[in-house]
Design a protein around this ligand. Structure first.
Ligand code: G6P
Ligand code: MG
Length: 218
């Protein structure tokens, strides 16, 4: 029986994946580093540092230079978040959160982002969320299971009774490594390892999702 649902944030509850992409693209353009949407796909769900390392490839940079680049990328990203509001929630998110609430299922955010708290506030869903595990919570980021295990402990639910909703391959991997159920949002070549795959959360009913996972409603 599922007692807790852990949502990734970027690309699941809101389309900040696009803002992350545009921020990296701006940094790459300024630095003369070849970069495009396709390369960005490989960074989906990765921490800021892992994303930068991926973007740099074998270009050697000092720690200080890397810190400066990460800070700049974050400035660009935070600028985007200033314009965000509840209208940026993806379709189906609020109805699903409300269904979970009515079934007494705990709700957590499990995001690698250090800006997760800020984005949750801007989206106006803080009252619907019981706990936030973010980029400040653990050392090892996705695909390690640590962030989701931390989220589970915050809501007091055992990992096998947790369901993770993710849009990134690294996130699905992290959920499986944590011994949790995983629902992947997006193409199967990205999230096909999840127990169930959906295009997005639009119109998703909790009972139907449990059915899809071969689980029963409580
Ligand atoms: C999320 C996004 C990634 C992003 C990471 C770190 O997982 O999917 O694209 O790199 O968070 O975000 P931050 O806001 O800390 O730079
Ligand atoms: Mg994501």
């Amino acid at each position: 029986m599922i007692r807790g649902v852990i949502f990734d944030l970027d690309g699941v509850l809101t389309d900040t994946a696009e803002f992350h992409y545009r921020s990296w693209q701006k940094l790459a353009d300024e630095e003369g580093i070849p970069f495009n949407r396709e390369m960005n796909e490989a960074m989906r769900g990765l921490s800021r540092r892992d994303s930068l390392l991926q973007m740099l490839g074998d270009r050697p940079l000092s720690e200080a230079e890397m810190e400066r680049m990460m800070a700049r990328k974050n400035e660009y990203y935070v600028e985007f978040t200033h314009t965000m509001g509840p209208e940026d929630l993806l379709p189906g998110v609020v109805p699903l959160l409300e269904q979970l609430r009515s079934h007494q299922i705990a709700i957590a955010i499990g995001s690698a982002s250090k800006n997760a708290q800020l984005v949750v506030e801007r989206l106006g869903i803080a009252p619907l969320v019981d706990a936030i595990a973010d980029g400040h919570s653990v050392e090892q980021s996705k695909p390690a299971p640590d962030l989701f295990l931390h989220a589970a402990s915050l809501i007091g639910v055992a990992p096998p009774q947790c369901l993770v909703v993710e849009d990134a391959a690294s996130g699905v991997e992290a959920a499986l490594a944590a011994g949790m159920y995983a629902v992947g949002l997006g193409p199967t070549n990205r999230v096909g390892n999840a127990h169930a795959v959906l295009p997005n959360l639009d119109g998703v009913r909790w009972e139907d999702l449990l059915d899809k996972l071969g689980l029963k409603s409580q």
